[in-house]
Ligand binder design. Structure first.
Ligand code: UDP
Length: 408
């Protein structure tokens, strides 16, 4: 019998961690189900993928609790208690609780203790004071060390941040995100021209930035850089997924103040990111705090477009400066603008960087490799092998180490 897995995710929006969960839960849909703490588009996407979903609605105070809050609001603690009880009762029918977000991990840890079920934490975040309050970090580290059987970090940067905060390295394993390359190979030159024509005339440069709108993702940096790139246009795809409307408004104000309204195009949330990525000349990923392991980095690589990204976090594990992308100092507007301008002036270089990026991502960052590695860890925790674990690709020379052993 394959292990029965209950995947737990607090949000039902479509963020990067949720898209990864979608792929993993779909791979395990004969023996795994998903519990969400709210209803939303993720539920529909999971059900379309053949995954059974349970919505355990939590009081709004739990969702309002921010990871950067110094003290968890009493309302959030009160909202968590009944949720823990319900999850613990459900957990008895499963062999494993698989927590996919930080809030889900806190609730699943308590439920796992009550139901005496193992908990695995898929860590999509960098646990540093830039992203989380100290109290939240302390709680996560304590639960990680005492309750989690294994912690799968999306990058070595995320694994290292957790160990630096006191996480037990024997439990932490790096499993890089992986993406299905198929949607990134579809666009014909005719389609590229058609898509671009909505914003630029032939010969004009088009840049793209594809992330939710929140300060640490750094869209303000690339918008500022546009003042130094007078001929170029910029597509900003994404919304304020977790209700951070102030930053989205700040970006609109910035564009008005800098008189960039005719060259910076806010697209809102798009469901055609693979097409848009293939249609732009350069993709910019400008976080101002360490990026755990952005899916957009892998997607840009698969799109075969040159990526100019902040020199931070998990990005450094797959992008080698001047080889398969360009890196710039986080927040350095002048450096970003210079690198983009120099690339635009050298189309052949853009092509070479894009091709190298695509071939690296295709061979090293596949969805199948990620699922195979996750399967190994689920098997190790439950002691029950999955019937159809996909094969693991061999590690190629030059590939950044993906730690399958304890990372100490
Ligand atoms: N994305 C999308 N539509 C948009 C902007 C982004 O579908 O308009 C997707 C993007 O393609 C990526 C995901 O949202 O797959 C974001 O994941 P990532 O890991 O880069 O960032 P996160 O939001 O999880 O920090």
């Amino acid at each position: 019998m394959p292990p029965r897995i209950l995947f737990v995710n607090h949000a039902a929006v479509i963020g990067g961690a949720e898209l990864i969960l979608l792929d993993i839960a779909q791979a395990f849909n004969t023996s795994g189900e998903v519990a969400l703490f709210s209803n939303g588009p993720l539920r529909e996407r999971l059900e379309e993928a053949g995954v059974r979903v349970h919505v355990l609605k939590a009081a709004p105070s739990l969702h309002r609790a921010r990871r950067e809050s110094k003290i968890p609001p009493l309302g959030a603690v009160g909202a968590a208690l009944p949720l823990i009880g319900r999850l613990a009762r459900m957990a008895r029918s499963y062999d494993l609780l698989y927590a996919n977000t930080q809030k889900a991990f806190v609730v699943a840890s308590a439920a796992g203790l009550l139901a005496r079920r193992p908990v695995l934490w898929h860590l999509h975040d960098i646990l540093t004071p830039q992203h989380f309050s100290r109290n939240n970090i302390r709680l996560d580290v304590a639960l990680g060390n005492r309750v989690a059987r294994r912690i799968l970090a999306v990058s070595q940067a995320a694994a290292l941040a957790l160990t630096e905060q006191g996480g037990n390295p024997d439990k932490i394993f790096t499993v890089h995100n992986g993406i299905d390359p198929q949607p990134f190979k579809t666009l014909s030159p005719h389609d590229v021209v058609r898509i671009r024509s909505a914003w630029v005339a032939p010969g004009q440069a088009l840049l793209g930035c594809f992330s939710r709108l929140t300060h640490w993702k750094g869209q303000h940096v690339v918008i500022e850089a546009m003042t130094r790139l007078p001929e170029a246009h910029l597509l900003v795809a994404g919304t304020d997924l977790f209700g951070q409307t102030a930053y989205a408004e700040q970006l609109q104000d910035q564009v008005r103040r800098l008189k960039l309204g005719d060259r910076v195009h806010f697209l809102g949330h798009r469901s055609d990111v693979p097409d848009l990525m293939q249609a732009v000349d350069i993709i910019v990923h400008p976080p101002v705090a360490p990026e755990p392991f952005g899916r957009v980095v892998i997607e840009s690589m698969l799109a075969g477009r040159p990526l100019v990204a902040s020199r931070e976090g998990g990005t450094l594990e797959v992008i080698t400066d001047e080889v398969n992308g360009l890196l710039f100092t986080p927040g350095d507007v002048a450096e970003l603008a210079d690198k983009v301008a120099s690339l635009l002036a050298h189309p052949h270089r853009m092509q070479t960087l894009g091709q190298k990026a695509r071939s690296y991502a295709t061979s090293h960052l596949s969805r199948e490799t990620m699922i195979a590695r996750v399967t190994q860890h689920i098997n190790a925790v439950t002691g029950k092998p999955m019937a159809s674990a996909p094969p693991v690709q061999n590690r190629a020379e030059g590939e950044p180490a993906v730690l399958l052993e304890g990372s100490k």
